[in-house]
Design a protein around this ligand. Sequence first.
Ligand code: ADP
Length: 448
Amino acid sequence: MSIIKLNNFEVKKMQEAQFLNGLYIFIILILSIATIILIKYSISLRSYLKEFMKVSKDISNKQFDSRVKGQMSGEMGIFANNFNSMIDTINITIKDITDKNMQLKSIMQSVSHGILAIDTKGKILLINDLAKIMVDGNQKLIPEGKNIRQFIQNQIVLDSIIYNMSGENSTVIQKNISKDTIYKIKIDPVHFEDTDAVIGFIINIENVTEYVKLENMRKEFVANVSHELKTPITSIKGFVETLKMTDNLDDDTKNRFLTIIENEATRLTRLIDDILLLSTIENKTKKKVEKVDLFEVFEEVHEVVNYIAKKKNIKVKYEFKNKDIDLWEYSGYIRQILLNIISNAIKYTGENGSVNIKQYIKAKKVFIEVKDNGIGIPQEDIDRIFERFYRVDKARSRSVGGTGLGLAITKHMVKALNGNIKVESELGVGSKFIIELPFNTELAKKVS
Ligand code: ADP
């Protein structure tokens, strides 16, 4: 065994070499640990990123129930929590907007007018179903986002909107859309908050055909009534004045004048009675409902009309197939219907003529036909004789004590009883009025 003797310098060198070796190993160890940690961190970071990417894609696909899952710690965990609560907020906001939108749509749809919201250039922002129909909208297009010029096919409506879109105040226009359709179009500007700046328009389209028709009818009725009342009043006033101013009138002339005054007064009374009757049946207030024996009512009417018929030597014959029929009606309606039609038949039939009345049941309905061999009605007037104050020959109607309201009243009453009235007539040959009445059992329920 040989012993190597080292000097001090060599010992120092060896110690230095040993230290460096240890240091290298330590550094390699630290680096290895750091690399392992980094690799592990980047793997989990990638998987987190993947999760975030998946959730954000879900959200952009409107899957608002998607959330970032997994146990993330530290800052990543805070980030995931914030991300999820951001989705919660978006979700609540979107639901809120959707609910409000639904509410707005429901309100728009339930409005009984056509409603349209547009911006200042005419782009449609909102429109309800009724408006789509009323403006004759192009069915191939989704209106929202389109310009009214593209969507609205009814030129009159389109022009009415376009020419009134500039103003800062509301505009109302009434337009005849077709022969029998009238629209009221209201255009209201929408202002930006409290400023004067107009940012769009709300257009309200209403079908006012019925309203205008009724209004015209009302005006016409008032004009007719005034005219009808004025004639007898003027006549009465004239004769009274003559009687007062003329001293030496002989008795015959006096009596003639007084008879005229009496007749005109009777006419006035009849007219006022008919107007009142018409207004009563048009009144929607509750009417008395009762069950009547049809034949009994007819017999009563027959007695009254026979008296007038006899004066003209007119025979009023009748044939009742069923004499034991009970009908539900509004009190007095059937009597008035029969009275009007039969007395007209007598009024418009010459002396020695005849009036035939028939009653029968068909298709669970009671029919009453009143046929005369009188003057008849010209074809062109048949459709109009049920209108108020319509008379084929005004002078003739007046001479027989007519008011021009009898058939209007009759039709109203027949309709109120869910029945029907028709007329067949030939000028110079005669007329046949056919009244059709149901048994009206449902009226029984209205008996109070
Ligand atoms: P009026 O009081 O004038 O009789 P109505 O409303 O009862 O009013 O009838 C309207 C018009 O219908 C009459 O003026 C008459 O021209 C015509 N008319 C009604 N019934 C008959 C009939 N049976 N024959 C011929 N014309 C009739």
